[in-house]
Design a protein around this ligand. Sequence first.
Ligand code: UDP
Length: 384
Amino acid sequence: MTKNVAIIGAGFSGAVIAHQLAKAGYQVEVFESRSHIAGNCHSERDAETNVMVHIYGPHIFHTDNERVWKFVNEFSEFKPYVNRVKAITNNRVYTLPINLLTINQFFNKTLRPAEAQEFLAEQGDKTIENPVTFEDQALRFVGRDLYEAFFKTYTVKQWGLDPTELPASILKRLPVRFNYDDNYFSHKYQGMPKDGYTAIVEKILDVPGITVHLNTPFKPEQKSDYAHVFYSGPIDAWFGHREGRLPYRTLDFEVHRDQGDYQGNAVINYCDNAQRYTRITEHKHFSPWEQHEGTVCYFEYSRQCEEGDTPYYPIRLARDKVQLEKYVNLANDEPNVTFIGRLGTYRYLDMDVTIDEALKTADKFLECANEKAQMPAFVINPLG
Ligand code: UDP
């Protein structure tokens, strides 16, 4: 039997597994249907301005995971970068995540931390003991005024659903702070790869034993040519969508090129209905160590993902999970294929989690090979 392994998709999931297996002596073929590697993290220099652009929208690297941080730093220098998001609502500019400045400006107060904490507790709806929905979570912890100004409309624009239909977990991504720290993330490590994300993935894939095929879709029937397949495409696509299409949101970007500084910050969110876009990303602010006269901005619009669109955010409502479960059952009956990453497991994943799971998946594969055990369809339970 051949020792070759096929990896479908050259995003972080596929590239990290390819790297680990090639280093362990496997011959690995990576099949990527797009014309480039790095998946939705792909970045490239804009031909007109030379600005490094995150082609599929803003990606900021942040993690608490030592193994992941050490791993990515082997392949790129990370420049210090702290994401500080601004939000526009009712024609005024605030800082996000909600912090002491947001609270004081929004309510026209000069509260100190403990006072603000008490004030926000009064705003919150204490009758909601166990927040289940996005709206519950917001009403419980920040109260109706902040919820309506910053979250309600943005969320409808982003997800196409009322926040009463969405899980609390989406809002739990954002902290609420009672100090003036406006760092969007609370992780120990944060930074931007000096030469962009595609350069990192290129280095991760640059190991003897790895062959990358671009513009090459992989058909499930080809799996018999390989000892094992790692699949990072959409799980429903592997099974020909036989249980229906799992719903995603997709994004459209309207590109605006200009001179100088267009908005003075990398990301500004538009939280009310005055604009249809959710946010504007000005990419050159992600590389503050570079100088550029021109600038490139992405106006970001979210909509339902249709056939032929690029899937971005898995929606994962309760009914979607019922459909997902059918695919998970099919996958568990499919020998020699492991489903990985955001699309393979239909989960909303940050880059660091993706890399951590890919490292663990490679560990598991090598362990199974050692013990002559069957590699499972999932190393991380997609329904968890
Ligand atoms: N969100 C919001 N208003 C904002 C920013 C975020 O309502 O100004 C909500 C929205 O539902 C979003 C979620 O919080 O999908 C998570 O935000 P995050 O910034 O993590 O989203 P991402 O950058 O992954 O799109």
